[in-house]
Unconditional design. Structure first.
Length: 108
């Protein structure tokens, strides 16, 4: 049986963009998650959402995996980018768009 850690590793390495969040991209259940979803939707990039509220093990394991204490957490091409504040700052400065372009992920 795969461990939760293995499942997370598989998710972040087989999807271009993964957002570990509270709720879903259709129905975020926290303001911080909603901000990151809105940024990704504005950029027009597809992403996999993982609702940490559905599984307490995943909720704790993702924090251990990234060594980051809060949710949401954004991963691009297997690389941990950060939480809401970091993603917002990167988006506002154009750094996030540049990163996506470098990784071959095209936004609007």
């Amino acid at each position: 049986m795969e461990s939760v850690h293995d499942l997370i590793k598989n998710d972040v390495t087989t999807n271009q963009i993964v957002l570990y969040m509270k709720g879903t991209n259709q129905m975020p259940q926290c303001g911080f998650s909603a901000v990151v979803v809105q940024i990704l939707n504005t950029l027009g990039v597809p992403f996999k959402d993982v609702n940490v509220l559905e599984d307490i093990e995943v909720r704790q394991a993702i924090k251990d995996y990234s060594n980051w204490p809060t949710i949401p957490q954004l991963y691009v091409m297997g690389e941990f980018i950060g939480g809401c504040d970091i993603v917002r700052e990167m988006y506002q400065s154009g750094e996030l768009q540049e990163l996506l372009k470098e990784k071959g992920i095209f936004s609007k």
